[in-house]
Write a protein that binds this ligand. Structure first.
Ligand code: ATP
Length: 194
């Protein structure tokens, strides 16, 4: 079974594109969603986070997100340490999930695929792109946030120019119908050699 990575910057439309693949019958694993869930449910993660950031990290069995965010905000070392706790558990969960799928390929949707140097884990990588200004207005609209918040997150991500060379397929997501037709082309190309 082939493992395909799906990535793209904030607001590019990863989840929108992932849904289109899902509708074609492709099993899709959303890493960020699973990581959030596992941070609440995995004893392995919980024990390590408590040892690392203290008892207040959990409140009534759930991750105390506000506390964690305050702790790791603007501290790249702490954030990297937190990721080092969470990533191996997500990886294990992904491999277990993959073993349960019956299809010619699976997609793993991950926002920070290149930033985490994970490209070697995939048979192919799909990159979703859209112009920066468009991405900013989409996320401001979606999350009811500010431009500055979106730009701050964008600044923690690699630029599309760098990601383009590292990707096998690029889906430019501006006009949604055109996106849908590129998804069909990419899907056809991947299943050709299944
Ligand atoms: P994030 O990195 O923040 O998780 P994402 O890359 O997964 O974002 P989506 O959540 O799919 O992006 O899209 C961001 C917002 O833009 C959503 O509200 C979505 O409905 C909207 N959107 C996605 N694609 C388009 C498009 N082609 N035209 C207009 N709006 C779009």
């Amino acid at each position: 079974m082939k493992v395909v990575g799906l990535t793209g910057g904030i607001g590019s439309g990863k989840s929108t594109v992932a849904k289109m693949f899902l509708e074609l019958g492709v099993p899709v694993y959303n890493s960020d969603e699973r990581a959030k869930k596992l941070m609440d449910t995995s004893a392995e993660i919980k024990n390590q986070i408590i040892a690392f950031l203290g008892k207040e990290s959990y409140h009534e069995e759930k991750l105390n997100r506000a506390y964690i965010a305050k702790k790791v905000f603007n501290d790249t070392t702490l954030l990297a340490q937190l990721n080092a706790i969470v990533h191996p558990v997500v990886r294990e969960d992904f491999l277990k999930w993959t073993g349960e799928q019956e299809y010619c390929y699976v997609i793993q949707e991950t926002a920070l695929l290149f930033e985490n140097n994970s490209q070697h884990l995939y048979d192919s990588i799909i990159l979703v792109t859209a112009p920066k200004e468009e991405r900013i207005s989409r996320v401001v609209r979606r999350d009811n946030g500010t431009r500055e918040q979106v730009i701050a997150r964008m600044n923690n991500q690699m630029d599309d120019e760098e990601k383009l060379n590292l990707s096998d397929f690029v889906i430019e997501n501006i006009d949604i119908e055109r996106t849908r037709s590129i998804v069909l082309q990419v899907h056809a190309a991947i299943i050709t050699d299944c």
